[in-house]
Design a protein around this ligand. Sequence first.
Ligand code: CP3
Length: 348
Amino acid sequence: MTSRERFLNACQCAPLKRPPVWVMRQAGRYLPEYRELKAKHGFLKMVKTPELALEVTLQPLKRFQLDAAILFSDILVIPEALGQGYRFRDEGGIAMDYRLDSRSQIEALGSASLVPEKLSYVSEALKLLKKEINGKHALLGFGGSPWTLATYMVEGGSSDEFNRIKTLFYSDRSTFELLLERLSDALITYFKMQIEAGADALQIFDSWGGIIAGNDYEEASLKWIRKIIDALPKDFPIILYAKGTNPQVVAQAKNGVRVLSVDWTADLKKTHTLANEARGKLPPIAVQGNLDPVLLNTTPEIVTHATKRLLESMQGTPGHIFNLGHGIMPEAKLENMQALVETVVNFT
Ligand code: CP3
């Protein structure tokens, strides 16, 4: 069985001896070869140059026996394509070039029709990857959720309190909806483009889904995600990653996503049971996750132990993709990543 087949089988909840494994942000700052390439070119140039994006995407696959390659890119390429650029703050975090302050600024954003041309470097990179990977590994595309993108656009960058986006949601719903509508349309075009370019699955990152009140999650985030999923081909595997939304599992499972990717606070087995009970007539749903990324900053012994414990808790439960509960940290040690992947690959 190829890694690609293993991955797609797991999305379909087919029984497997061991789950497929990949790690969010697997091409990132913990890799010396990534840091070296970034020192030479800078992050945005790597994202926008298909040959460099190809090289970075493949870096972790050369070191570790991973089953999936995730395109090296960023969720913020969508606001940039619509006219709101971004950069990295020296002290860490993101700064958008300006912040959305008024309805007229939202009306002035570019429309979905700009996406194919402005983000042609994403299709180019995916096509190069498809050729290079040649069906051996699963090729993952991705994008942010409308809500998570809106937080960056309205806050003007990374935020601690999310005061501005929540105030907009609570006090001017029609302007909020105008923005989320625009983003959903752009994302539908973007995801269709990634599917056409050869992605085997797509992951939607609702990284900030957990900052809104549980009772408002549907209106702030989930309904826009559903709008996107409903516009994509019915059987195409979509993974929904959301952080801090464990109480929303039942609501999240009641739509066309094939995989729920959960953070480390969730019990993965219980999440799997709960999500599948909620499915009704929909096909079974797989879960992805969910080790705490901080474990990879410790020792190989600790990582091996935690990895085995998670594997054992999911043994005999079809529909598990092994991953962390969020992105790997820059402090992660290579020998710990090695220990994680080896433990999964050798699990019987
Ligand atoms: O998973 C992968 O390896 C694919 C590549 C990927 C990146 N960003 C590369 C990246 C993916 C899937 C993302 C998604 C992303 N980007 C999200 C959602 C996922 C999540 O982690 O919650 C968000 C919120 C962003 C926006 C963003 N980009 C942030 C908050 C940061 C970190 C800023 C900081 O100073 O810590 C980035 C930068 C970024 N995106 C890096 C990488 C490898 C690090 C850039 C660097 O090398 O300095």
